[in-house]
Design a protein around this ligand. Sequence first.
Ligand SMILES: [Zn+2]
Length: 261
Amino acid sequence: MEAPSGHPTSLKDKDVKDLVFLTPAEDIAKVRLHNFVVIPTKYRNDKGEEVDGTRFGTFLCRKDPAMREESGNTCPLCDDIGHEAAEKNVAVAVELNATREGKRVLSLEIATRDYKDKDENEHSVPRWGLVIQGPKNFFRPLIAQEQMSGVPLPETAFTVGRIGGDEKTTYAFVAIHAPLPDLSDVIEQVPTLEDVLEEMGSLEKYERELAEVKPGSQKSKYNSGTTSDAASPSASSEFNQTEFEALAQEVGAHKGDVEQY
Ligand SMILES: [Zn+2]
């Protein structure tokens, strides 16, 4: 595995991103999620040596109502490893690049990530990610914004700003009035929320990624339990993209980094 990429992974205090949500407001999922599961991982350092490290994994709890029938209401993370699930809202979003004059947005383009495959062919893929947030400080104000404007969420670009970096974090949303770029190709390239969640809760993923995770290993400050808006480590520079890169490939998306916002 390669070293984690150095991209900022989430909104830090006073960070601003321009996004469009692909998930309609009524489809934004409310799920039991195991977020920031600490998984032992080997990385290559600058000298090319293999070193021990950790990464964060995200799993749909197998006791989530959508999974209960398949799992018999058992979950290795809840029952064996001892990681507490939290209730979160999840949506898929695509990042946009805005051209601004002062603060006014003149035009929007789809942000892309370029990479070379193993045969050195160059590819350019949309920069998409999952927005995983507690309902109170993020999705409630966002949906209120949609209801007041009368414009469906996937038809509006937003500048999203994070204010604060701890448990008092709030978010500000400003609708952008410049026209949206054509999203039809993006919608084909990015997996649906349903596909992403199915992968995140699959037994294959649990078995593949949790083989080295020991019971009692999750007593970090990030295992913050059931408080849905509790401080998360997403503002930490330790966090990396690997989880979501893997996810994007597994669910059949084109290769490229996927961000968690
Ligand atoms: Zn669970």
